[in-house]
Design a protein around this ligand. Structure first.
Ligand code: DGL
Length: 291
């Protein structure tokens, strides 16, 4: 392991029944609640602990080493909450950190890119798939690799859409300004005759309707949230970690900055009640011991 990378390990090896422990989910902010919403719908018995790094958002224009370090720090905090599995509900962090997290951790780690790619491969009819995401996600080539692994012959067209996250965070979900940006970002993909578009950022499902309008009826939108939830269900079942079905799961949300103006926008858009929000200090977290 890179010596500059904190070294997370479960703080709760002795928590008794692992099945009752929470699924730990993290994102650069509260956009990853789109994945939580899908998890809550599919897995109502599961406890979920969500951590949003809103003190350091956006990740999408940061370098790989920084995003990797942040991802290890957040994972360390989730393990300290007793997470039995870690879901990286951020495409940027998935693209830049999931392989290293998977190598380093004892608990299962799941990102959003593989499930999104699988859904796109199942959806496309003409073999031309578009991907939109942050600069970091698109330039990592992670979606191309995941798609080609499943279907080597696909024609893939990727476009970074850096202004969409700020527009979403301002709550401009239905706004001519947002429509204009979407139209501009999608132009090249639509000219390439894609029939499937991966929303490769966990914020983008909040713009699904606006994107669908610009993309037109011939383009299927693939959002990795539902597919990620299905992958989490399968993974927990196969690892014997699924919560007992008689249990009613709860959602706990913590952020790294006390103030988040975007949270009410997400709650309204998703119909998700978050309740009291905890605060976690992330900078300078020291994680000792070996994994
Ligand atoms: N939620 C992040 C993602 O899925 C986008 C926001 C950011 O740039 O941090 O890539």
């Amino acid at each position: 392991m890179n010596p500059t990378t904190p070294n997370p390990q479960p703080a709760t090896n002795d928590t008794g029944n692992a099945r009752q422990r929470p699924i730990g989910v993290f994102d650069s902010g509260v956009g990853g609640l789109t994945v939580v919403s899908a998890l809550r719908r599919l897995l109502p018995s599961e406890e979920i602990f969500y951590l949003g790094d809103n003190a350091r958002i956006p990740y999408g224009n940061k370098g790989a080493a920084t995003v990797e370090r942040y991802s290890f720090e957040l994972t360390g905090l989730l393990l300290a909450e007793g997470a039995k599995a870690v879901v990286v509900a951020c495409n940027t962090a998935t693209a830049l950190a999931v392989p290293r997290l998977q190598d380093a951790l004892k608990v299962p780690v799941l990102g959003v890119i593989a499930p999104g790619a699988a859904a796109a491969v199942a959806a496309t009819r003409n073999g031309r798939v578009g991907v939109i995401g942050t600069h970091a996600t698109i330039s990592s080539g992670a979606y191309e690799r995941a798609l080609r692994k499943l279907s080597p012959g696909l024609e893939i067209h990727a476009a970074p859409c850096p202004l969409l996250v700020p527009l979403i965070e301002e709550g401009l979900l239905e706004d001519p300004l947002t429509d204009q940006h979407i139209a501009r970002y999608l132009r090249g993909l639509l000219e390439a005759d894609i029939d499937t578009l991966i929303l490769g950022c966990t914020h983008y499902p909040l713009l699904k309707e606006a994107i669908a309008r610009q993309a037109g009826p011939g383009v299927r939108l693939v959002d990795s949230a539902d597919n990620c939830a299905l992958a989490v269900r399968d993974l927990l079942r196969s690892a014997g970690l699924a919560a007992p079905e008689t249990h009613t799961g709860t959602l706990q949300v913590a952020l790294t900055d006390a103030s988040d103006r975007f949270l009410p926008v997400v709650e309204r858009a998703l119909g998700l009640r978050v309740g009291d929000v905890g605060l976690r200090r992330v900078q300078g977290v020291a994680l000792a011991g070996s994994v």
